[in-house]
Design a protein around this ligand. Structure first.
Ligand code: ASP
Length: 346
């Protein structure tokens, strides 16, 4: 009799402690947008010809039963496309959905699954527009879900673990890929096909994962001078084109861009943002008409200074694609040239 009572109380105690530990799991919301992480192929060795967007958010979560041991996850399918097809309306929709969900005191963090091609653009857009100190983690994969050694499941586990971790707060939007944690402001895709593609050549990583546990190298900090934009009232973003410079580059593409309604231009220039003199003349005329021009560098890293003798703005430490995101948001915000300059030059 006594033994039975003891056993019963042990069972009750164990159930209570199991419930308590269940209650302690963070609530993380996954926003799925498509990409290779949701891609599939008939061949297990196909890592380039597969189809993006074959699996929805529920399929991604259900394929990972272990995720339940690190967080209570819920999913929302925002779009299911290759990331080269992610556009400004999708960015506005995604950011608004994340802002709404992080206002809920019961949600500890958000994860975005995304194609890797433009992942850095979406991550930076969210970094500039999500109004919360809670973690937002963007992840994807280089191998489709059907491939041998698919990297998506572990990337998703790590991203969810990171989003549910208190140490991830106040660090801006994070990119979690291939066991590494990077800042959305600096992290860029550096390799077209391999899983170790996301890097920030100058700024490095913020941390790594051991198993699924994030290990940060530094206490929480945000990139220097990074602005925040409220997009509550923004319904569309202005057209900003990126134009690549090279030997023989002339002004034909610049003129076409302006003719097609560009409200700003990012020049992906050579070296420290340089473009040939003949193109510079047309850019100067555009700047006089109120079209801001950001000079970035096609070198892939380094700080770009503003040109000496024009109204042009050096991209600072942002690459061309991140500069475009920042310029679109500052134009939507109604900022003048001087204000825009401060965002890039700090
Ligand atoms: N084209 C794919 C995408 O960006 C590539 C990937 O996800 O790795 O959606």
């Amino acid at each position: 009799m006594k033994l039975r009572v003891l056993c019963a109380s042990v069972v009750i105690a164990m159930t209570a402690s199991a419930m308590a530990s269940e209650v302690k799991l963070p609530n993380v919301k996954i926003f799925a947008t498509g990409g290779t992480i949701s891609g599939g192929s008939a061949s297990k060795t196909d890592t380039t010809k597969y189809q993006d967007g074959q699996f929805n958010v529920d399929a991604l979560i259900n394929a990972l039963p272990d995720i339940k041991t690190i967080a209570n996850v819920t999913g929302e399918q925002v779009v299911n496309v290759s990331s080269e097809d992610v556009d400004s309306p999708t960015l506005l929709k995604l950011s608004a959905a994340i802002n709404r969900s992080l206002e809920d005191p019961n949600i500890q963090g958000a994860v975005v699954t995304h194609g890797t091609d433009t992942l850095e653009e979406t991550a930076f857009f969210l970094d500039l527009t999500v109004n919360s100190q809670k973690p937002v983690v963007v992840t994807g994969s280089m191998r489709p879900a059907t491939a041998i050694s698919a990297d998506g499941p572990m990337n998703l586990m790590e991203a969810v673990s990171l989003a549910g971790n208190k140490n991830s707060m106040n660090r801006g939007v994070l990119v979690a890929m291939n066991d590494r944690i990077g800042s959305a402001a600096f992290t860029t895709k550096t390799n077209s096909t391999t899983p170790d593609t996301f890097k920030a050549t100058e700024q490095g990583y913020l941390g790594t994962f051991i198993g699924v546990d994030p290990k940060f190298y530094y206490p929480p900090v945000k990139p220097t001078g990074q602005p925040h934009f409220s997009i509550d009232k923004v319904t569309s973003l202005p057209r900003v084109d990126i134009i690549y410079s090279y030997q023989d580059f002339d002004d034909v593409l610049i003129k076409a861009s302006i003719r097609n309604g560009a409200k700003g231009i990012v020049m992906d220039g050579t070296g420290n943002g340089d473009v040939p003199k003949r193109a510079m003349k047309t850019l100067e005329a555009a700047m006089k008409k109120g079209i801001p021009v950001i000079f970035a560098s096609r070198t892939g890293s380094g700080y770009v200074t503003s040109p000496k003798s024009s109204e042009g703005i050096g991209s600072g430490y942002y690459n061309a694609q991140k500069s475009r995101i920042l310029l679109m948001l500052s134009l939507a915000n109604g900022d003048d040239l001087n204000k825009i300059k401060t965002y890039f030059e700090k």
